[in-house]
Ligand binder design. Sequence first.
Ligand code: B1M
Length: 207
Amino acid sequence: MLTAITEAVRDGNTYDIAELVQSGLDAGAKPLDMLKAMTDGLDQCGKKFESGEYFLPELLMASDTFTNGMQVLEPHLGQAALGQAGKVLLGTVAGDVHDIGKNLVGFLLKSAGFEVIDIGTDNSTERIVAAVKEHQPDVLGLSALLTTTMLGMGDVIKALDSAGLRKTKVIIGGGPVSARFAEQIKADAYASDAVEGIRKIRELIGR
Ligand code: B1M
């Protein structure tokens, strides 16, 4: 059944995914295993895109399928008392519309009791700095999936420094970024996946 879920996301089967996820839940599958099966589908779709077997429409269909599946799965990922764990502002940097990883981090943070302010995708440095000023989050989480857009993360950190806003800690994540890159741009933390992201955010806040 997990394989069927992975294949449905990979092949952009937007129609059957909700039923597949519901059947998995009914059969007692663990929600986190189903989440992994869905993200594996996106990964496989990405590899096929890279090898030239799939094209942009297939990427879009896979992404829509993932979103449809999440609508069924999200309520089962658990919910702790909202806002008690801390406040996190999330967004992707300028030029980047990939939001599935960011959304996943957001889902898990909310489930763990964090207040999440999601400013969406393709945010200019100025917009991110203004949002930090307005919301005063404990942590700013930035996501980038392109080797070109990841450079915008460094710009955001420099701008936060200049505005005297580094009381807010910065964590970065996304396919092309790494712990080394985080160090280079002076981010406070890097996470390779959403679960590690939640752990690192907890460490940054010290709660
Ligand atoms: Co695009 N895309 N895409 N894409 N896409 C990639 C990223 C790519 C690797 C595909 C490939 O070539 N193999 C490639 C990037 C190459 C590069 O720069 N090195 C690529 C490209 C080239 C492009 C376009 C340029 C294609 C084109 O137009 N020719 C274009 C750019 C658009 C733009 O942003 N300006 C584009 C467009 C798209 C779609 C819109 C079609 C769609 C995105 C839809 C959406 O997000 N709403 C899409 C998709 C779906 C993908 C792939 C297939 C899947 C990405 C994904 O959602 N993965 C991707 C290939 C791949 O990644 N294998 C690909 C699942 C998600 C859960 O993983 O976001 O990495 P990810 O998040 C992970 C971790 O990175 C981490 O946690 C998550 C796991 O738990 N994480 C964080 C992420 N953010 C975090 C933040 C944290 C902590 C952890 O703290 C704050």
